[in-house]
Design a protein. Sequence first.
Length: 295
Amino acid sequence: MRVKNASRLRYQSAQSACHASASVHRQPATHVWLQPSLNKDYRIKHNQSIGNSQQGASTLLLALFVIAILVTATIAILLGHQLGYQRGYHALKTETEQATINSKEATNELKDLRISHKVLTNQVATAKQELTISLVNLDDLRQKQQALKIDNRQTSQLNDLYAEVIAEQGGMPLQVLGAKIDPLPENAFEYGFDVGMLSEDGLAKSLKVTLTLQDKDNFVDVPLDPARYAIEGIVRIRGRFVMPNGFKPLQVKLSLEAGDEQIEQLYDWKLGNMVDSMPLSLMDLPEVDQSPIEP
């Protein structure tokens, strides 16, 4: 039993060895034919893996690019929205502030218009009152003027009557009814003489007037404007003159000539006394006083 087993084992070992040697001897041939196919498969798989890797990388890059675009677009949209909101908010705020300012200005202008309206209303009311008062005063002046016209006519009629009576009685000789000389500013003086005359025939006569200032040795003729008057009743001779520098008169001589009559009147310079409240300049003086001179 042991021998058989041993022989079997040996036989199997020999077969196995033979099979192994056969396998060893066949293996190169099989390796020769399988190696190209293995390389080819490997290359194909390798190329496929590379292609798959490249395709995966391209897909990944595309996905990343799309994601970057989406993120950029989202950020841009958010930034644009934020900027637009801020601009719109600031614009709306500015418009609101400007509208508030305009409203305040309009309110102030309305207040000013109301005040102006009140002022104008008061002015109109005042103007109406002044117009009413002016109309009343004008009516009074018209009435007074009418009364003065009537008085003047009556006085003129009475003067004409007196003139006729005096003329019938031989007339009124040439005479000085009143005289004055008042000092003025800037070494000036104002003179005034009231002269009366009525001829026998009742007609007006030409009156020549000469005014002379005298000291001890010299005399100065005062220029009169006018120097001639038509006298038929009373003539009021008025005017102003400037005293020569350094000249101090002692007397004033008034010479009158009308028709066949001539008279001379001498007055002491005391007529030139100072007056109160004298103006500082001749420009501040009113016109020459034409009122009658009290004797």
